[in-house]
Design a protein around this ligand. Sequence first.
Ligand SMILES: [Zn+2]
Length: 208
Amino acid sequence: MKTDLFQMVKENVSPLQAAHFYGLRVNRNGMACCPFHNDRHPSMKLDAKNGGGFHCFGCQEGGDVITLVARLFGSSNYDAAKRIADDFGLSVPRENSFESEETEAQRLQRERLTHGIRKRELCKNLLAHLSDLRKVKYQTESEAMKAMEKNEAYSWVIGRLDQVEDYYDYLLDAPEADLKENIGEIERRLSESVREFDEIRGRSERAS
Ligand SMILES: [Zn+2]
């Protein structure tokens, strides 16, 4: 039975289709950023033909469409094959109900999408805040050298720049699972920093 199911899934769904369906972004050459190692540039090749495979040139992870989905969801090959069959509407070679798993697949996909949108938004906002910080650092630097202790904006910004740069580096480098846990905390710290920044900028504008 398992062999029939595996066979049927491999004959009907290519690794590329599955990658698209489960949220990997695949470029025109069939390459995607590998979800199994910290990959900034696409190193994973996904076959467009049924029965084909996938291979990561970075971490050497590879296999067929079933092992790809099993690794993505941390499930057994059998559960992955059932999931694909169900999600792609393939008729499974025996009576089986996948109702609860269908909901689970949809939930995971939605979660993945929402996380991606949050991540891009946070990335954009961090960059905007960083550029504000750098601008004030640049504008206040020479003046502040003379009276470093007295210039509140300068000393605040100097302390803050490193931290915000760290948040940004973390956003780019952190493993996805790690980031999912901490994204709320970074969002919170960013808005706190933006708020303090606005206050300090307001005070130093009034002072000058
Ligand atoms: Zn990899």
